[in-house]
Design a protein. Structure first.
Length: 147
């Protein structure tokens, strides 16, 4: 199963903000920290705000932050929200789809994949791996190249 870049960016934003719950961060700071396109990130952030994952604060000292505590953000729910299509194979256009047993096997595998993700919150993911503190930079910090 391969997730889209959109889902990848959404998870990166949530991981970044989850390391500093309640604090505001700019899209520019997150984009710099991960060395990714600020324009792409703006689209993802807008969607996450509209979906209730993030809160946006406008103004000079504004930014974004988690709208809910990390333990209330379910990874499976987020992936379902950010992914448009879960077809592992284009079975709908296949001439043998009605007789093929692989379709049900792939559907079962997808359900198992999502069930595992449903078992984790953002807090669980943050607790499983190392320190992201080197990515956290103040909103007004000068742009630096990250290694």
């Amino acid at each position: 199963m391969r997730l889209t870049r959109y889902t990848d960016y959404a998870m990166r934003v949530l991981l970044y903000l989850g390391r500093q719950p309640g604090e505001l961060a700019s899209i520019a700071a997150i984009a710099r920290a991960y060395a990714i396109s600020q324009n792409h990130l703006m689209k993802v952030v807008n969607d996450l705000v509209n979906a209730g994952y993030l809160e946006s604060v406008r103004g000079r000292n504004g930014g974004i932050r988690l709208a809910r505590p990390p333990q209330e953000i379910n990874v499976g729910e987020l992936v379902r929200h950010t992914e448009d299509d879960f077809d592992l194979v284009g079975c709908g256009a296949c001439v043998i789809a009605r007789a093929c047993g692989l379709t049900s096997v792939l559907d079962e595998a997808l359900l198992a994949f999502l069930k595992v993700l449903d078992g984790y919150s953002l807090a669980d993911v943050l607790a499983r791996k190392g320190d992201f503190s080197h990515l956290l930079v103040p909103v007004d910090a000068p742009q630096q190249v990250r290694r």
